[in-house]
Write a protein that binds this ligand. Structure first.
Ligand code: KG4
Length: 333
C-alpha cells in the first residue's frame, strides 16, 4: 500500500511516500529555518506563506524521487494537529485536494503520534507495547504506547516543553535559531557541574515535569553575569543546563517503565537528537536491562516519513477523514 504524507505543522514543509508504513520510498523536506533565524524564532505568518509556496512542488518532487505516478497512490496522510494553526491548515488543505483529485482516502495523523512512529521506521522489529518519551519543540510527554493507535499520556510538562527551554537558553546566549543543536555543540567539553540549576518536582504527580523554573534560572544567571560584567563559561553553562534537562527526563522515564513492567523504551522528537540525553538514556537502559529505541538524528526532527508510517497504522485501524477535516493547534493524543 502506497501512502503519500504531508507535514507542515511548524517550519518544515515535508512530503514523503511510504510503502506499507515502514518502507520509505522518499522523504522530501524543505526547512524554512533560515527564513526565521533572523527573527530568532518561528514567525507563524511567514511559515504559512512559505508552506503555500513550496508544498505542490515538493509533492511533485516526491513522486519523481519515488518513481511512481499519482494514480499509484492508495491514500494520503496529513498532520492535522497540533501545531501552528495557519501552517497546519496549508498541509490539511493540500492533502484534501490530493484525496479529492485522486479519489483516495484521507488519513488525519496527530503530529506526536508521528514522532513516536519514527521509531518504527528506524527499527523494523519494534512493536507496541512500549513506553515512549516524546520531546519536541512544543511537547514533552511520557506516552504508554499500548498499540499503534492506542496511547495514553502518563506524564507531561506542566509548562514549557524541553525544546522551548533549549531554544530560550540558546537565545539568551546569542546562539542562532533553532538553538537546541547549538547548545548541544557548545556543551561538548563543558563542565556539567559548574553551574547549579534547579530540577522541578511536581508534588503528588511524579511523572509530570516542569521546565519554566530552569528556563528562568538560566536567563537570570546570564543577565546577572552581564550586569556584573562577569564572563560566563558558556560551554559549562550549556553542559550544566543540558544535564538538568536530562535529569528531569531520564530517571522519570526509567522509573515509569519499571512501574509499568516495560522492558522497551523509545525516545522521539527533536530533542531526542541531543547527545547528552541520548548518552544518559543508553547508560540507564543498559543498567536496567531495557531495550532502547532512539531514531537516527534525521528522523528526530519534523519530517513526513513518520506521518506516512503512522498514517499506515491509522489506516489499518480504520481512521479516515472527510472533506470537512479541520486543523487544530492543540489536540488530545
Ligand atoms: O520535533 P521538532 O523538530 O519540532 C517539533 O515538533 O516541535 O523539535 C524541535 C526542537 C527545537 O526546540 C530544537 O531546538 C530541538 O528540537 N533540538 C534539540 C537538538 N536538535 C533539535 N535540542 C537539543 N539538542 C539537540 N541536538
Amino acid at each position: 500500500m502506497l501512502i503519500m504524507s504531508i507535514e507542515s505543522s511548524c517550519d518544515e514543509t515535508a512530503v514523503a511516500i511510504a510503502e506499507n508504513g515502514r518502507s520509505i520510498l522518499t522523504d522530501q523536506i524543505f526547512s524554512q529555518a533560515d527564513l526565521h533565524a533572523v527573527y530568532g524564532g518561528v514567525v507563524p505568518e511567514i511559515a504559512s506563506r512559505c508552506h503555500v509556496e513550496v508544498i505542490s512542488r515538493l509533492a511533485d518532487r516526491a513522486l519523481e524521487a519515488a518513481k511512481i505516478s499519482r494514480s499509484q497512490l492508495d491514500a494520503v496522510a496529513v498532520t492535522y494537529a497540533p501545531g501552528l494553526i495557519g501552517a497546519v491548515l496549508v498541509g490539511v488543505n493540500f492533502a484534501k485536494s490530493v484525496a479529492a483529485a485522486l479519489n483516495i482516502p484521507l488519513i488525519p495523523v496527530h503530529h506526536i503520534r508521528g514522532h513516536i512512529a519514527a521509531n518504527y521506521i528506524a527499527f523494523p522489529d519494534l512493536e507496541p507495547p512500549f513506553l515512549c518519551l516524546a520531546i519536541s519543540g512544543g511537547n514533552t510527554m511520557l506516552v504508554d504506547v499500548r498499540d499503534y493507535t492506542d496511547m495514553r499520556i502518563l506524564g507531561a510538562t506542566r509548562d514549557d516543553a524541553a525544546g522551548e527551554c533549549f531554544d530560550k537558553t540558546a537565545r539568551v546566549l546569542g546562539l542562532p535559531y533553532p538553538g537546541g543543536k547549538h547548545v548541544d555543540a557548545l556543551s561538548q567539553g563543558g563542565d556539567d557541574r559548574k553551574y547549579t540549576l534547579p530540577r522541578a518536582h511536581i508534588e503528588g504527580s511524579i511523572y509530570d515535569m516542569s521546565f519554566s523554573g530552569l528556563k528562568t534560572a538560566v536567563v537570570n544567571l546570564v543577565h546577572n553575569a552581564e550586569q556584573k560584567g562577569e564572563e560566563l563559561d558558556r560551554a559549562s553553562l550549556c553542559a550544566s543546563f543540558t544535564r538538568a534537562v536530562s535529569d528531569s527526563l531520564v530517571p522519570r522515564t526509567m522509573e515509569l517503565a519499571r512501574e509499568l513492567g516495560y522492558k522497551k523504551i523509545a525516545v522521539a522528537g527533536g530533542v531526542a537528537a541531543n547527545s547528552r540525553i541520548r548518552a544518559d538514556f543508553e547508560a540507564a537502559a543498559a543498567k536496567a536491562g531495557c531495550a532502547l529505541y532512539m531514531p537516527p538524528l534525521k528522523l528526530c526532527g519534523d519530517n513526513a516519513a513518520m506521518i506516512a508510517c503512522q498514517g499506515y497504522y491509522e489506516y489499518l485501524a480504520g481512521t479516515r477523514a472527510g472533506s470537512d477535516l479541520n486543523a487544530y493547534a492543540n489536540m488530545e493524543l
